[in-house]
Write a protein that binds this ligand. Structure first.
Ligand code: PG9
Length: 633
């Protein structure tokens, strides 16, 4: 008896040649969620591919919807896992922890959805004569969801970043009554003014690879392989954006044609600008606009829509802004650091848990408390702290607190004292450089690897000191600060400059120069941190819509806003400004002689030009800073 207790069980012998494929594998269902894929019919009969992820056992749960061109099936499947938390994107963590139903949908024409795809499909109107757009598609989807998902309490929120933020804003143009709250993050709002395609008329070259990837197939296609490790060389050898498109066949794509046909800010762009559209619509749905201070893709849109909708927020209880120390879409990942910058913990998780989720719960979860959200929640860089503010910006041209100019001065200095002397002293007080399109200033250290996420994502915080002593970059630096200088808003460039050519680009960078030594992080000694930087194409100085040649040799005024910043230049730091005429290959080169359409510039059009930047009484170049008192809220 005892020996039989210890006898090994004898397995029946499987004949060695039994085929090894054929037995049916039935996986046990270990998931803590149920995933359903449905095709939701729109009002014109087109069906959209939609993935619905429901926590097992959910009842009366709110729905969070994201409408995407980036493959709903993949967005809802970060990893193969029985856990909903691991399956959904990292940024959905607090939604899962709070029992939300999560929905991803392909926009029409992309991936699993039927219909035709139009890039950031314009709303019905002069540019769209059909009966459908992303406004109606969001409406029809929400209507279907509240009627067909039995586990829901009938309350829907929308959230998403970048293009997915754009589709959130679209839903707000005519919101379904069940849409109770919206969080557009890093949203693409105006493709010409300062988001993905252009900044102030200068074209962003990586857009062409994006179009190849996004619009040459219903699914994802390949971006062109440049065949050159240093993309600076690749773009430079090819020439204009038009030549680049031609070389890789991208010129045949219809959206490339649309871009090339509309280099200026004509009605094509104006009619699509979502801030302008939303400014005319009633504000019904509580909305929190989220943006990263160093958003390398859509740094313009979130502030513009916040400002446009603020005018509609009569009781100051529907329109909110959140600014974090993040890159594009950084709110959805780990926010402990960005490039060389370190923050006080994981700022993105802090935001999602302490600010975003209570805000969502207030409007979506039955019986949830008032989240007591401040009108503006912002992480202040420099001091590294979250702040609750009553408004944004704290200083601007039309605010109670006006802008304070900091002037370019003689001797490469920067200071709050305006240049003195007679107004006609302009001729005497300038600095000059030769801008050579054959040697454009790189926007990041070479080799330039635009396609390397580790280069692209944090590039706006990369060290600017390497450009300061190039002979085609002017650099002006203040004395070390004795007291802290706080900015909270958009610095305005007021540049007086002349060119020997008939067109010119002006890149202006507002920089925080760290002290010579930073004992807590030695590699930051002397670091030059870009706080607000942008480019302006000179032909648009008088009108974005109707460009004009620049009279050669004449002092002209270039006035434009830099991106918003919430930053403190600490005592011992210095403020610096750099001025240059190219930022390559992120932006296409200006030929520096006026041609009607720079996309079509020939190699022979590109000319050297001598640029003069003035710092005289009658031509006092300055950056007007949104300086606010340190304790202003
Ligand atoms: N910034 C990207 C984009 C948005 C809209 C149009 C084109 C590109 C994005 O990250 O989605």
């Amino acid at each position: 008896v005892i020996s039989s207790l210890f006898a090994a069980p004898v397995l029946a012998q499987t004949p060695p040649m039994t085929p090894d494929i054929g037995a049916k594998l039935v996986m046990p269902d270990l998931n803590d969620y149920v995933k359903r894929v449905v095709m939701i019919p729109m009002r014109d009969g087109v069906k959209l591919y939609t993935v619905i992820v429901v926590p097992k056992g959910a009842q009366k749960a709110p729905i969070m919807l994201t409408r995407t061109p980036y493959n709903a099936a993949r967005r809802a499947q970060r990893a193969a896992s029985p856990s909903m938390l691991a399956t959904l994107p990292q940024g959905d963590d607090t939604l899962v922890e709070n029992g939300y139903i999560r929905v991803f949908q392909d926009v029409r024409g992309k991936h699993g959805s039927e219909g035709d795809y139009v890039m950031t499909r314009p709303v019905r109107g002069p540019l769209n004569h059909t009966k459908v757009d992303n406004v109606t598609d969001a409406w029809d989807t929400i209507d279907w969801l509240v009627k067909n998902v039995p586990e829901t309490n009938g309350k829907v929120g929308m959230l998403g970043s970048s293009y997915e933020g754009h589709t959130v804003l679209m839903a707000l143009v005519d919101p379904h009554p069940a849409l109770k709250v919206a969080i557009p993050m890093s949203a693409m709002v105006d493709g010409w003014r300062g988001d993905d395609w252009f900044h102030n008329g200068a074209f962003r070259m990586p857009s062409l690879s994006y179009l190849a990837w996004q619009t040459s197939a219903r699914g994802s296609a390949e971006a062109p392989a440049l065949g050159v490790y240093d993309e600076y060389d690749a773009y430079l050898r090819i020439g204009s954006a038009g030549d680049f498109a031609k070389k890789f066949g991208i010129d045949k794509l219809t959206y490339t044609k649309k871009l090339f046909e509309h280099p200026a800010y004509d009605s094509y762009w104006q009619e699509q600008a979502l801030d302008k559209i939303l400014a005319k619509r009633p504000l019904i749905v509580p909305t929190m606009h989220v943006v990263g201070q160093w958003d390398q893709e859509d740094i313009y849109g979130p502030y513009a829509t916040y400002a446009a909708m603020e005018g509609r927020d009569k009781r100051n209880n529907l329109n909110y802004l959140a600014i974090g120390p993040w890159r594009h879409s950084g709110v959805n990942y780990d926010g402990s650091s960005l490039g060389a910058l370190k923050f006080d913990g994981d700022t993105a998780r802090q935001f999602r848990e302490k600010v975003m989720q209570p805000f969502l719960n207030q409007y979506l979860k039955d019986g949830a408390p008032d989240a007591n959200t401040a009108p503006v929640v912002s992480y202040q860089s420099g001091t590294n702290q979250w702040q609750r503010l009553q408004q944004w910006p704290l200083a601007c041209e039309t605010c109670d607190t006006k802008l304070t100019p900091i002037y370019l001065q003689d001797g490469s200095r920067l200071g709050f004292a305006a240049p003195s002397g007679a107004a006609d002293a302009a001729e005497g007080a300038f600095d000059e450089y030769v801008a050579d399109p054959a040697k454009p200033v790189p926007f990041v250290a070479r080799p330039v690897r635009l396609t390397d996420a580790d280069v692209w994502k944090p590039w706006l915080v990369s060290d600017q000191r390497g450009y300061a002593d190039r002979t085609d970059v002017l650099s002006y630096v203040s004395e070390p600060l004795k007291t802290a200088v706080r900015i909270a808003g958009a610095p305005m460039v007021n540049l007086f400059a002349a060119t020997s050519g008939t067109d010119a680009d002006w890149v202006v960078k507002l920089i925080d120069v760290y002290p010579d030594e930073v004992p807590s992080q030695p590699a930051m000694g002397g670091y030059q941190l870009g706080v607000a930087m942008d480019i302006f194409r000179g032909r648009y100085r008088d009108s974005f819509e109707h460009p004009t040649p620049i009279p050669a040799g004449k002092v002209e005024r270039y006035r434009f806003a830099l991106p918003n910043a919430n930053h403190v230049f600490l005592p011992g730091h210095r403020i610096a400004v750099q001025v240059q005429s190219s930022w390559f290959p992120l932006y296409d080169r200006n030929p520096q002689i006026y041609v009607p359409n720079i996309f079509l510039a020939d190699p022979g059009h590109y000319r050297k030009a001598t640029q003069r930047v003035y710092h005289a009484a009658g031509a006092a170049s300055a950056i007007e800073l949104p300086i606010a008192p340190l304790d202003a809220r």
